[in-house]
Ligand binder design. Sequence first.
Ligand code: D41
Length: 669
Amino acid sequence: MPDSIAQQISKLRQQIQKYNYNYYTLDSPSITDAEYDRQIKLLRELEARHPEFASSDSPSQSVGGKVLEAFSKVQHELPMLSLGNVYSASELHDFIERITKRLEHATELDFCVEPKLDGLAISLLYEQGKLVQAATRGDGSVGEDVTHNVKTIQNIPQTLSGSDFPARLEVRGEVVMPIADFIRFNQQAISEGNKGFVNPRNAAAGSLRQLDATITAQRPLAFYSYGIGIVEQGQLADSHYQRLQQLKKWGLPLTNEISLETGAEGCLNAYQKLRQQRANLPYEIDGIVYKVDNIMLQERLGFVARAPRWATAHKFPAQEEQTKLLDVEFQVGRTGAITPVAILEPVFVGGVTVSRASLHNADEIARLNLKIGDTVIIRRAADVIPQIVQALPNSGVSSEIIFPTTCPICSSEIERLENESIARCTGGLYCAAQRKEAIRYFASRKAMNIDGLGVKVVEQLVDAQLINTPADLFNLTAEQLIPLERMGQKKADNLIQAIAHCKQTHFAKFLLALGIREVGEATAKNLAEHFLTLEALQKANKEALQEVDDVGEVVAQHIVTFFRQPHNQTVIQALLAAGIHWPDMPAKTTQAHTLSGKTFVLTGSLTHMSRNEAKQALQALGAKVSSSVSKKTDYVIAGKDAGSKLNKAEALGIEVLNEEAFLNLLNHA
Ligand code: D41
């Protein structure tokens, strides 16, 4: 006699569940893919023809199910609250004192104490003992429907055990990826050329938020309950601890480290104990949670701002681990700073696998007395860059860390000034690490003022290897630019024109554009006025340079080292060969400073020159140009549509020149 339809469906479901288990959990398929597909298809057809036997926990609904377009939203019937924090024993005492007072409680309170799993909070809804919906916490009010994915998590029961469970029951807890599984999963991913996850928390979150449940099914996730939401038609204990035990009886997983404690002392004992267990637990925890155990007292305490008054988390301090320093690499930053980077034997600390750590600078290496081969202690506070905090005396062989004297990228000299902790590459114009920054600076408004050559364009040009140094800008063609993002023919033409246009410049601007360390606008101007020509400047030694206003020993050293680099020289020659030129600097004469000591303010617009040109003309004659009118102002030059500055000048009785009078002054100065 043939099986009834119901029997046939039930048998198929059981078989497929077993295949799934062999395939996804044991990683050992027991049938071929084709046979598996055939059986799933058969099950789906039977279920479609006999909707009276449909069931949400059928394997047809989850594994191998359709890939979802997007998660649908789930409104939590009862909001999923958040947790407050205490960071010390004294804050815990305050917390307990506060609630004891509020409750007017005469004796010490009992607390249910739980490890604080570092995972993803979710809600599981059981109706008549069947898992009907799973949702992420989301913002506490609205989460995402992850029912299909959650159904693939091995330790979550699809149906509750026993019979005394409520008709509707919402279980809340955390989904985690156990540490051992995380490490194995990441090793596998990396060996297959894929990226691993940074930590088990991200791995759990990323795995749960897969639109394709077959991917989630391959991820080793686990769930642990921490509380209860909706309850309808059922009897629950009046103690949180006892309620968790009820969940366990119905088949829901709990962590092993849950306990009942009395008063602050009991809580702190549990904290210390858990801290010691931490490194040996199968999952990542980042603290402990204390919850008033008595449900009646919980209800009297209520909550403030979405967090219950009756619970708080107590975070653990930063974690430390030992590992070995394998090597030190030297990285060159955007501005030429050389940073030593520790290469470590990978170690799992504070929730992530650490294999590199910044050593900041040579002083830090000296401070730690660090050598390659040393055993080191790595500390990582939550979300903080890992640090080496200590080097341990080592019995094995250790070798000195040798700071390079030339740049690992471009082999220019590395300069480290006395009293400075940072060493820098001096190949600013040429070094590949500094390329983008150097070109962007070269083109900036204050320097060569190439309109349309912003950060994004520079990045693209360098990445496409169209330019390596600022000198290459002058060989670009519109055809090369057009394919760039958000460029087009018109912008490309404009940019080519702007590049051509910038060749006509001023000595000081050119100097500034070279990006010599600590040579800003004012220093560049002083250098230009003092040395008059590039040749003279390049020949100047440190002493000669220090005769210039504002140039001290440090700046003088930067200038000498910069011009000494052959690579920088090559680029400078290429820039000049491209046609960059500037008017001769006026020779220093007494006449040139006829306006020295006088302060001018410019207002309104001039017709014969820009405001900036007027300013430069005045400065060339030794005048000071200020932006606001005061008693110290000697002259106000008022162009068209001059406004409040003109009024102020008149009020203060300051001499006002119109454009014609101003031009006259310049011509006769
Ligand atoms: O293990 C945890 N991460 C954990 C989280 C826990 N053991 N207990 C928790 N209890 C709550 C309350 C007291 C609000 C029911 C929690 C969380 N909440 C929680 N998880 C994520 C946000 C809040």
